[in-house]
Design a protein around this ligand. Structure first.
Ligand code: F6P
Length: 744
């Protein structure tokens, strides 16, 4: 309250000073205007009368002068004529009795022969006196005085002060009310909320943090307090979760556990992650920079790990505003508002990106490793760029670990097969792992790659190579066995070459328990209304538009389902979220057309006046946008023709905290090895997939819940923190010169 009083008093004083200043100026101007007016009137009258009076005075005709004054005199306008000794000759009737014996203006006019003017009190009135000399043939005869009533000058002044005083009071009252209102709404209430929240925390109650107050008013302080609130609440929730898990004797990995594990096990050794895709890209949109999370399973998986562990993430800068948002070394804190790790961006030329990413990685290795019958294209110039870009990333990684002792390097994916050997050659003390996010085919399939030796030798530079499944590990070991001179230890899954040993092990990747931290408050009804859909059952698919994802097959299976079970027409709607991907590659352009054409065909064949079976939302969606689809769908379809893991399946399960929803899952995904309660399908078999859709919509709630509960248990236990913990644990225990298995 004291603060409000101080604020109000300050406002009153300021308003008073400002209004008084303005009033003073206003009075000055008004006075000037009125004086000019008096002067103008006096001059007009005096100069007009002079011509008539001068001859009469010269003649000594007092009666004539009297007659003239009588004619022009008025009660508020007195006239007086003086002789050459400044003695009064004649004056108008009202003026005569009040005139003092001498008027200084008249004396000046008579003695100096100049016009003289001034204000003075005559009788009980404030007057303006204008005296002009009377002459005849250059002979001074006396003076004419015009005496005008000037009391209105003081009245006007007083009125102005009074009006402005009223204005001041009204303004001050209005301002005081506004201040009270604003202070209460924007300061007192938020402060009370923050203090209630702080008190709640102090007493151990789980109080939700207050919403961010007016950032414009409180500025960075408000943001920081709210951030602090959120962090504390998260920390409190994590500690409670930990305690509960300990009490229950459970060993589930959490973000907190991974943090503690990293602190204890790595003892300050820095962690560097390398991937092609960056966790956040910045783009120009309508003159403003926007942050975007790419549609990438790798990013979904690695970002929570990096938030827990900290460290540096080296990645290709793919956004057109990436330079503007990073420092001169290409570094930027992530997340922006509360940095937990550093993103180090690497810029590539158009040619490098074309050859390394679109060319060798995505037209060569991608179709080589995914057995989906798209022929790989191998161009020597693409491979040359691939080598060049791997070297470029090696330089950046070496720069990041220059000062560090025995750092841990986690290289991600098929874009960097050569990187492990390049780093290890310079820094043998670094512990290097490469995790291959896509399938590894059998040795015959891989053997068609003209540079298989270079790729394998590059990968064997790593101390540890991870795949999603044991099956992919076996394929890799067999490929190495056939292609290189090495010794394979099948018992320990290790490859020995010269003095170096590389371990090969499955680490099934997963998701964080929370897909988004604060899900949007959108109900199923809101979602359907927004989509303009009135269906009883909602199906959903979430993918990059990639030929490995089995999109056309999925839509054909849906057609099959509606043909086989017409009773579901107008009752089921399938929404496909498709993020555009690698769209400069011809095969992806063809796929985009095929997807659109297939959807058009199915809709054209089945749609009614009020219903369309498939809705295609072909654009990038942030996690917060995807969440309502996962959360409110009756079933989710993952029909990849071949996939290393497929995190969409696990994301769907992790979001379903209502315990409901059915997952239709391709048996050719790594996820199908873990999520055995999904309805597993061969996506090439349209009839089987259609039957699975029918089973999903017809499934009894009890069975749905039982299946979902088991899948949620799997995803909860085998989460991304466990994946990272096990991988880092194995990597950190590898001795500098690898000659034997890491101690178990
Ligand atoms: O599955 C392999 C992978 O690199 C994933 O890690 C990622 O989700 C996906 O491909 C994205 O591909 P890109 O980065 O080329 O868009």
């Amino acid at each position: 309250m004291r603060f409000t009083v101080r604020l109000v008093v300050a406002i009153w004083i300021s308003a008073m000073v400002v209004i008084a200043g303005f009033t003073f100026l206003q009075i000055q101007q008004e006075r000037e205007r009125l004086v000019n007016d008096l002067e103008r009137r006096a001059v007009l009258l005096a100069e007009g009368l002079k011509e008539a009076i001068e001859p009469a005075v010269a003649r000594g005709s007092t009666s004539r002068v009297e007659a003239i004054l009588k004619k022009f005199g008025e009660p508020r306008r007195g006239l007086a004529v003086y002789d050459r000794f400044a003695d009064l000759m004649v004056a108008t009737r009202d003026l005569a009795p009040t005139l003092p014996p001498a008027l200084p203006e008249v004396t000046d006019a008579v003695t100096k022969g100049v016009v003289s003017r001034g204000f003075r009190s005559i009788g009980d009135r404030w007057t303006y006196v204008y005296a002009t000399p009377l002459t005849r043939d250059e002979r001074r005869l006396g003076a004419l005085a015009v005496v005008l009533d000037a009391t209105h000058l003081t009245t006007a002044e007083r009125d102005l002060w009074r009006d402005d005083a009223i204005r001041f009071v009204v303004l001050a009252l209005a301002l005081s009310l506004i201040v009270l209102f604003v202070v209460r709404g924007s300061v007192s209430r938020p402060m009370a909320e923050i203090s209630a929240w702080t008190k709640g925390l102090r007493t151990g109650r789980p109080v939700p943090p207050p919403a961010v107050p007016d950032a414009g008013l409180f500025g960075p302080l408000a943001r920081e307090v709210s951030m602090l609130a959120r962090s504390l609440q998260k920390a409190q929730a994590a500690a409670e979760e930990e305690a509960a898990l300990r009490l229950a004797g459970e060993t589930v990995w959490t973000e907190e556990r991974l943090k503690q594990f990293v602190n204890l096990r790595l003892e300050g050794r820095p962690l560097v992650v390398v991937s092609n895709r960056e966790p956040v890209s910045h783009y120009w949109k309508a003159g403003k920079v926007h942050a975007q999370t790419p549609a990438s399973g790798l990013v979904t998986a690695m970002d929570p790990v990096m938030r827990a562990c900290g460290g540096v993430w080296v990645a290709h800068a793919s956004g057109d505003a990436d330079r503007e948002t990073a420092d001169e070394r290409g570094r930027v804190g992530v997340p922006e508002d509360e940095p937990r790790y550093t993103l180090r961006r690497v810029w590539l030329s158009k040619e490098e990106e074309q050859g390394y990413y679109y060319g060798f990685a995505n037209e060569g290795l991608w179709p080589l490793c995914h057995i989906v019958h798209t022929r790989p294209t191998f161009r020597p110039q693409d491979f040359a760029h691939y080598v060049e870009v791997n070297r470029k990333f090696a330089v950046t990684v070496l720069d990041e670990i220059r000062e560090a002792e025995a750092p841990l390097i986690l290289i991600q994916d098929y874009h960097f097969a050569l990187l492990p050997a390049l780093v290890k050659a310079e820094r043998p003390d670094a512990r290097v792992a490469i995790f291959w996010h896509i399938p590894w085919p059998n040795f015959e399939a891989f053997g068609i790659c003209p540079w298989q030796r270079e790729l394998l030798l590059g990968m064997l530079g790593a101390d540890l190579i991870g795949f999603h499944t044991q099956y992919h590990c076996n394929n890799f070991l067999e490929t190495v066995d056939r292609a290189l001179e090495t010794r394979i230890d099948w018992e320990h899954l290790a490859i020995a070459r010269s003095e170096r040993v590389t371990y090969v092990k499955p680490f099934p990747i997963s998701v964080a328990p929370e897909f988004v931290e604060d899900p949007p408050p959108i109900s199923r009804e809101d979602l359907l209304r927004e989509l303009g859909v009135g269906a009883e059952f909602l199906g959903v698919g979430v993918e990059r538009v990639d030929y490995t994802k089995g999109l056309p097959e999925r839509f054909r299976a849906l057609r099959w389902f509606f043909e086989r079970y017409p009773e579901y027409r107008e009752r089921v709607v399938f929404v496909q979220l498709g993020a555009p991907s690698r769209s400069t590659i011809k095969r992806y352009q063809e796929l985009q057309l095929e997807v659109e054409e297939t959807i058009r065909e199915v809709n054209a064949e089945l749609a009614t006046r009020t219903w369309r079976p498939i809705l295609y939302l072909n654009r990038h969606h942030e996690h917060r946008d995807i969440w309502p689809f996962y959360r409110h769908a009756d079933f989710c379809m993952v029909t990849a023709l071949h996939d290393g893991m497929n995190l969409v399946a696990k994301e769907f399960v992790s979001v379903r905290d209502d315990g409901d929803g059915v997952l239709v899952l391709s048996r050719f995904t790594g996820a199908s090895y873990e999520l055995r309660d999904a309805l597993l399908v061969n996506p090439y078999d349209l009839a089987e997939t259609a039957e699975a859709i029918r089973a999903a919509v017809a499934m009894e709630p009890g069975e749905r819940r039982a299946r979902m509960a088991r899948m949620r248990q799997t995803v909860r236990e085998h989460n991304i923190y466990r994946w990272a913990g096990l991988l880092l644990s194995d990597l950190s225990r590898i001795p500098a010169e690898t000659t034997g298995a890491p101690a178990s």
